[in-house]
Write a protein that binds this ligand. Structure first.
Ligand code: CMC
Length: 429
């Protein structure tokens, strides 16, 4: 096994030795931290080959299609855990025992309500505001309501911030929907499970009790578990970069939500369903595949492809199974959208363009169909992704703040603009 890499130059400059670091699993890493001292930077737009931190939280093997949280395969966690157990695992490194589980749930319960004045923040928005726009604002506004958590150097304060975010983000997400449809905000019900409580806040009204269907609640927990963390993706890296300056946790998570919103990232679930709706029928699959392959067309087949997975996204396989369960439970096994998705997946997986580029369905391909069947509107899909990912973001943020190697994130650039120019006064330009 190599322990160092050597860079040599074609102009007789002395070569540079760089140590090779080994993680516990996965690709070895060339440590380039001292390269700048030799007068060079590396160039890697999109971080295609750059590890920006070390982390003990999530491991992905993109070639084999493996995803582990703290060493546990996602399949086992999705099958046997609830979301709060998984959140405990991400945050503290271990699955909770009975007592720790009870304590964790009890602390979350203490924090589910929002400061009463926060309802006014919602009321400043237009009724048709996208829930993600509302979430970015309200989560950011938490810094003003809970300023006691702005001391990021204090581990206890970070822990309370993590619990507040885990507890309150579902309330914020559900209220952004209630505000949208003009219904009164529903307060959390702490005797319910995490997913059930969210469904209650989404679907109950002061006039009508909502009794969550246990199969749907379980499916919803699974959606949350599958989305809870995914190592250094765009939104998590955003949280880390914002947090690296010492910014408060609420500002960091609001930035993560903003990054997630894009259609290349968490916005893909909403975009996938829109695409399937636009397609409408299997007879139009060929037309959409043709567009996806056309380099002069910016259209991409939403729900396909991933920066890291060059194999089936393990989350997509679980989500497809969950999709079957939910549609069966609701008597929707003939759901045309699901049939269309299955057919599209089949055709794309046989198509040379997708095969050679190793483009497989990702988690967002099926999650929209499941959520739509549960009665959740398209505009809430990414908000639900954000609520699940809050567990990962805050765990990564805590890990970063406890890391003695933590530094402010400050990428360098390759400047390609003008060299020094003579200034031209306005009257001469
Ligand atoms: N449809 C058509 N072509 C595609 C697609 C797609 N969905 N995804 C990638 N390609 C092509 C791409 O054009 C490129 O072709 P070529 O080599 O001929 O130039 C090749 O495949 C490699 O793709 P890339 O764009 O270099 O890959 P990337 O790692 O930069 O992008 C991605 C990854 C997820 C942004 C991209 O696959 C994509 O836009 N997919 C659709 C959006 C989507 O479903 N996103 C959800 C990701 S999973 C949820 C999450 O964790 O955020």
């Amino acid at each position: 096994m190599a322990t160092k890499a050597t860079i040599s130059f074609d102009n007789n400059s002395p070569s540079i030795d760089l140590p090779i670091l080994k993680g516990s699993l996965g690709t070895d890493v060339i440590d380039i931290r001292n390269l700048g001292k030799h007068g060079y930077f590396t160039y890697d737009p999109g971080f295609m080959s750059t590890a920006a931190c070390n982390s003990a939280i999530t491991y992905i093997d993109g070639e084999q299609g493996l995803l582990y949280y703290r060493g546990y395969p996602i399949e086992d966690l999705a099958e046997s855990c609830d979301f709060l157990e998984v959140s405990h695992l991400l945050l503290h490194g271990e699955l909770p025992d009975h007592k720790q589980r009870e304590e964790f749930i009890s602390t979350i319960s203490e924090h589910t309500m929002l400061h009463d004045q926060m309802s006014n923040v919602f009321r400043g928005f237009r009724r048709d505001a996208h829930p993600m726009a509302v979430m970015i604002a309200v989560v950011g506004a938490m810094a003003a309501f809970y300023p006691d958590n702005n001391n990021v150097a204090d581990p206890e304060s970070r822990k309370v911030a993590a619990m507040r975010l885990l507890a309150k983000v579902p309330t914020i997400a559900a209220w952004s929907y209630k505000y949208n449809i003009g219904q009164p905000f529903m307060y959390p019900k702490n005797k319910l499970g995490y997913a059930e409580n969210f469904m209650h806040m989404m679907f109950a009204t002061p006039c009508e009790e909502y009794v969550p269907n246990p199969i749907l609640a379980r499916a919803f927990e699974r959606i949350l578990i599958l989305h809870a963390d995914h190592e250094q993706n765009a939104s998590t890296s955003t949280v880390r970069l914002v947090g690296s300056s010492g910014a408060n946790p609420f500002a960091c998570i609001a930035a993560g939500i903003a990054s997630l919103w894009g259609p290349s990232h968490g916005g893909a679930n909403e975009a996938t369903l829109k695409m399937l709706e636009e397609m409408g029928d299997v007879s139009r699959i060929g037309e959409f595949i043709k567009r996806a392959k056309d380099k002069s067309d910016s259209f991409k087949l939403m729900g396909f492809g991933h920066r890291v997975y060059r194999n089936m996204d393990p989350r997509a396989s679980i989500m497809r199974k969950t999709c079957h369960e939910v549609l069966n439970e609701l008597g929707l096994h003939d759901d045309p959208m699901f049939k269309l998705a299955m057919e599209l997946e089949k055709i794309a997986l046989e198509d040379d363009y997708f095969v050679t580029r190793k483009l497989y369905p990702n988690v967002d391909f099926y999650s929209g169909i499941v959520m739509r069947a549960m009665g959740i509107p398209n505009s809430m899909f990414t908000a639900i992704f954000a609520l699940a990912r809050t567990a990962g973001w805050i765990s990564q943020w805590c890990e970063m703040n406890a890391d003695p190697e933590q530094k402010i994130g400050r990428p360098r650039q390759m400047y390609v603009g003008s060299a020094r120019r003579e200034f031209m006064p306005l009257h001469k330009r």
